[in-house]
Design a protein around this ligand. Sequence first.
Ligand code: G1P
Length: 265
Amino acid sequence: MLPLVDKPIIQYGVEEALHSGIQNIIIVTGRGKSAIEDHFDVSFELEQLLESRNKKDLLAIVRQVSDMIDVSYIRQKEALGLGHAVLRAQELVGPEPFAVVLADDVIESETPCIRQLLDIYEFFGAPVLAVMEVPNESISSYGCIDAEPVSHNGSRDRVFRIRDLVEKPKASEAPSNLAIIGRYILTPDIFTSIGKVEPGAGGEIQLTDALRHLLRSRPIYAYKFDGKRYDAGDKLGFLKATVEFALQRHDLGGPFREYLKTLVL
Ligand code: G1P
């Protein structure tokens, strides 16, 4: 719920999914996270107050949030890992393909990242993960893929067919510098794979390990997405995102830029 400028981080992820054409959102929450449910709920009293005071701009912002009404919640009682969190959503997802958004990864792009992945999913008819190149010394913070380039739309530098994948490898053992970023298009057979894997890195049920299991029975693709990713779960990444998003704002960008110029750096 930490805001980037004036919008909670999670809302960027929800809006990306909505702008990609996804209408049903499931949020996996845990203890002490009820503020998320309140945020996406209809704020009846606030809307009435703003209406009576004729604050149209603010009312529009509040309505934009409460109009995202098709949000359901499922609780993950213990933080047992990303794979476990995804498995919690199995019943609500049902027998359909679905997207996973890790909201800490905020992605700014012309075409929403999830939409880019959906286009690849629709073309290849197989699960797709978002990847980006990271410096070798950072790869141990990510899931990492071993993959071969595949021709798509006349180029071979964006789509990869995955040969293997490993969660948080040591830099010296990483098969590439292609890191998994928190966007996935998955098919319901991933749930069976999640149920089969043992706890992995950090003692957690890892989605990467389940994908490795699934790879035995079907092809999985990776897509080097177009856009800029901020790691809002990291203090420095959060600060960078805040500054850059504020600079882009019509109402704040100008005065904020002037303020930054006064700083002795
Ligand atoms: C998770 C995934 C990892 C991925 C990362 C992207 O890790 O397990 O494969 O590279 O998100 O942000 P986490 O950052 O939750 O440790």
